[in-house]
Design a protein around this ligand. Structure first.
Ligand code: UDP
Length: 337
């Protein structure tokens, strides 16, 4: 697809979906966000985007929305908490797998033939080799990753049987913000937002989950990608030429920053950016956390020319600006002038 297009963004009221929507608008595309607001925020939808409060579990309304006519769909809407997925797998299978099946049905009926799906590197499970390549055996260790893998398989068969051309992007930890679009979770479990809560004075200290991993400083190493770099990858995947022929194609790309950062490195960068001492307490490992999770981006670099441009300092700086502005907004709401 070249030039301005009309794109449906499911989950566009969430963290990554809202950033991708903002980037699409900035490059002149028309955007309609579809979100049930179960975890997203109405005010995260960038101005200029259309908005439909619709659930993927409502096929008749979904069909109506798709019938408006779109050049492509970016699919982010999903339940995405690993712990919750183990406690309520049925919620994840219904929302993620059934919801995606409904989306594919509506797209097929409306002849929308481009899809970019926000998959996850959690589809691979415990890695046998790092960095993780796309040919690594998928073996998810939680229901969240299993639902995303099931959707990837569904998309592959759909592309083989019909004219859909799709890309699934698999990545680990997303960080940073794009202006007013950033990470806003009800219960925060992610490292960078938690560390920034300490710097804001909302928490006493950060707990370091495990210091006995086989890594240079003993803490776990993760692959962090700036949300803006991630959004660029989605738009490149959407723009890639479709194959000629009677059926489509499903391309799978891993996204990573190449080396990864340890928990201690992340905290140290947060100290430098915020100027706050950020006390840290060493505690035991969190159940189910592998030592090193880093993805290889070789395939998407050679196929689409994507490479991450922003490092950890950029991610922390942007997340910090966003966190402070949200805290200031909350403060002025609590104490109106
Ligand atoms: N982590 C930590 N303290 C926290 C939150 C996370 O030490 O309060 C560690 C966690 O064990 C993992 C890394 O930071 O090694 C990133 O965790 P996060 O939950 O942000 O993302 P995950 O890699 O689990 O998707």
């Amino acid at each position: 697809m070249v030039g301005p297009v009309k794109v449906l963004v499911t989950g566009g009221a969430g963290y990554i979906g809202s950033v991708v929507s903002a980037q699409l608008l900035a490059e002149g595309s028309q955007v309609v966000v579809l979100d049930d607001l179960s975890t997203g925020h109405r005010d995260a939808v960038p101005s200029g985007a259309g908005f439909r409060e619709v659930s993927l579990l409502d096929p008749p309304v979904l069909a109506e929305v798709l019938a408006e006519g779109f050049d492509g769909v970016l699919h982010f809407a999903a339940k995405s908490l690993v712990g919750e997925s183990m406690e309520r797998p049925e919620l994840y299978y219904r929302n993620n797998v059934v919801g995606s099946l409904n989306l594919l049905d509506a797209m097929r009926a409306a002849e929308v033939q481009r899809l970019v799906f926000s998959s996850t590197a959690a589809t691979y499970g415990e890695p046998t080799a790092v960095p993780i390549r796309e040919d690594a055996p998928p073996c998810p260790t939680n229901a969240y990753g299993a639902t995303k893998l099931a959707i990837d398989a569904m998309i592959s068969f759909e592309c083989g049987a019909h004219r859909l051309t799709a890309a699934s992007l698999r990545y680990f930890n997303v960080a940073g913000a794009r202006g007013e679009q950033g990470e806003r979770h009800g219960t925060e479990t992610h490292l960078i937002p938690i560390v920034l809560q300490v710097a804001l004075g909302a928490r006493e200290a950060v707990q370091i989950y495990g210091t006995d991993y086989p890594t240079p400083d003993g803490t776990a190493v993760r692959d962090y990608i700036h949300v803006d770099d991630l959004a660029v990858a989605h738009l490149l995947a959407l723009d890639a030429p479709a194959p000629s022929g009677p059926t489509g194609e499903h391309r799978i790309y891993n996204l990573g920053n190449g080396t990864g950062y340890s928990v201690r490195e992340v905290i140290e960068v947060c100290r430098e950016v915020t100027g706050h001492p950020i006390p840290a307490v060493d505690v035991g490992r969190r159940a189910g956390d592998p030592g090193v999770l880093v993805a290889s981006s070789e395939r998407i670099t050679s196929s689409l020319g994507w490479h991450p441009e922003r490092g950890l300092t950029d991610m922390v700086r942007d997340a910090w600006t966003f966190a402070r502005s949200r805290a200031a907004m909350a403060g002025s709401a609590a104490h109106p002038a």
